[in-house]
Ligand binder design. Structure first.
Ligand code: GCO
Length: 458
């Protein structure tokens, strides 16, 4: 086969991301589905058919490819693939295989996430991430995915936002089982790290090389890690400064440190004792890249109380530009966290970045300004190799239901029609301009002037 320009290995990945439960529909064998049935989602919503991506994936991938994207990040749904312990659903594997094939045909390098917030019910019922058997279950699942789908996949993300899923499930009560039990959070940190490292080793052992059309892209395994720019609510307050720093260390840094062998510091003063050390991860780098998910900044306020933690984490303020879910638009925080992540000297993929913006008013400028921060970070030596916008489509935003709209494409939930937003067109234009500049990652810097002059109509 002749290798055309379109077939050559991309050196900067322009992508969009989704996750199984948020888009596929009828994932009725996982813990979220059961939790939704208990009325836990805002307005009593349930994921139901979600965006009907299960039936429309070909058309959805075509939308992505038509924007000029060259990569697509998605997750495989564990509860479909292993609906009961040890029982594997061949048809579900076939569906993901077709999805990956379709990506290949359309020139989209697949990035596969193994665990994006949902667990099979049988896992959840036996204690989920807090069970000592969790790593064993996760690795068995990983092995099957590698066997059935692995040969076509170079980019692997073991766990999406391990910190968010731990906090949401066992401290903050916004994800099932929605308890506040710091001991379980502590165990979850330990089991998730152990699972990640075992999966990291397994993937590298079983897949020395991918056989996809991009076989020159080395097999790379990492996590997608959510980072937030935590700042003291009142900058003069010593205690708020101290609290913001503690939260930053715990939330932003502990996973980056753990997967780069710099120490495992999963603990929080007065709340969570130190998690046991995962021997397999000690002193070793167990990530080939750092996946960074950045959305916003948060303010940390000291709120003395007789019970619970004396801290409140807030987002937007009066007069500040915020998304539909109240998150401030703050690209400067992205710059700060990129430079922190850059110090680890690993390649970085921005595995998520986006905004809930129903009318697509803020998103064009949000997109431009966050891309500009990447360009600036690269100029100062941070090795960012790709950007995945969250999300390709509007979708089921967890406990907030369908109301927040994160999509480059709007979804009409009455008939599942997709409509391109202005941001989608803008993203397309930026990618085309980058290609026109030679398409090399090195040339990303040349985009700066273009982004600067880009009118977002805001
Ligand atoms: C997340 C998730 C997405 C969310 C997105 C917007 O990683 O939290 O990956 O599932 O929808 O972050 O909140």
């Amino acid at each position: 086969m002749m290798i055309s320009a379109k077939n050559s290995t991309p050196n900067f990945l322009w992508g969009a991301a989704t996750s199984s439960h948020q888009v596929e529909g009828y994932n009725d064998k996982n813990d979220w589905w059961a939790w939704e049935a208990l009325g836990k989602i805002e307005r009593g919503e349930r994921s139901g058919p979600a965006t009907d991506h299960w039936n429309r994936f070909r058309a959805d991938l075509k939308l992505a490819a038509d924007l000029g994207l060259n990569s697509y990040r998605f997750s495989v749904e564990w509860s479909r693939l292993e609906p009961q312990e040890g029982c594997w659903d061949a048809e579900a594997f076939d569906w993901y295989f077709e999805l990956i094939q379709e990506c290949e045909q359309l020139g989209l390098v697949p990035m596969l996430t193994l665990y994006h917030f949902t667990l099979p019910l049988w896992v959840a019922e036996q204690g989920g991430m807090s069970s000592e058997r969790f790593p064993e279950w996760f690795v068995r699942f990983t092995r099957k995915v590698v066997e059935r789908l692995g040969s076509r996949v170079s980019l692997w993300c073991t766990i999406n936002e391990p910190m968010v899923v731990t906090v949401g499930s066992y401290l903050g009560k916004f994800m099932p089982p929605a308890v506040c039990e710091p001991e379980k959070a502590r165990l979850a940190c330990y089991h998730l790290l152990k699972s990640h490292v075992l999966a990291y080793d397994l993937i590298h052992r079983e897949l020395p090389k991918s056989q996809s059309r991009w076989s020159e892209i080395p097999v790379q395994v990492g996590i997608a890690h959510n980072v937030i720019d935590f700042v003291p609510d009142r900058s003069w307050s010593l205690i708020e400064r101290w609290l913001a720093e503690q939260i930053h260390q715990f939330y932003n840094m502990s996973w980056l440190d753990a997967v780069t062998g710099r120490g495992q510091r999963f603990s929080f003063p007065l709340l969570m004792a130190q998690a046991p050390v995962v021997a397999e991860a000690q002193g070793r780098v167990t990530a080939d890249y750092l996946g960074i998910n950045y959305y916003t900044r948060a303010r940390v306020r000291f709120t003395p109380t007789l019970s619970g933690l004396p801290v409140d984490i807030g987002f937007g303020r009066e007069g500040e530009q915020v998304s539909d879910v109240g998150w401030p638009v703050y690209p400067q925080g992205f710059q700060k966290l990129l430079s922190i992540a850059g110090k680890y000297q690993l390649p970085i993929y921005i595995t998520e970045n986006g905004i809930a913006d129903h009318d697509d008013d803020l998103r064009p400028a949000y997109l431009r300004d966050h891309l500009r921060e990447i360009v600036v970070a690269r100029q100062s030596g941070v090795d960012v190799r790709g950007y995945y916008h969250w999300s390709l489509l509007d979708n089921f935003e967890w406990v907030k239901g369908f109301e927040p709209r994160f999509g480059l494409f709007k979804v009409d939930y009455t008939n599942f029609e997709r409509t391109a937003t202005r941001s989608a067109r803008l993203y397309q234009e930026i990618i085309a301009q980058h290609r026109a500049l030679g398409g090399l990652a090195q040339n990303l810097g040349d985009l700066e002037g273009f982004l600067e002059g880009l009118s977002t109509g805001a």
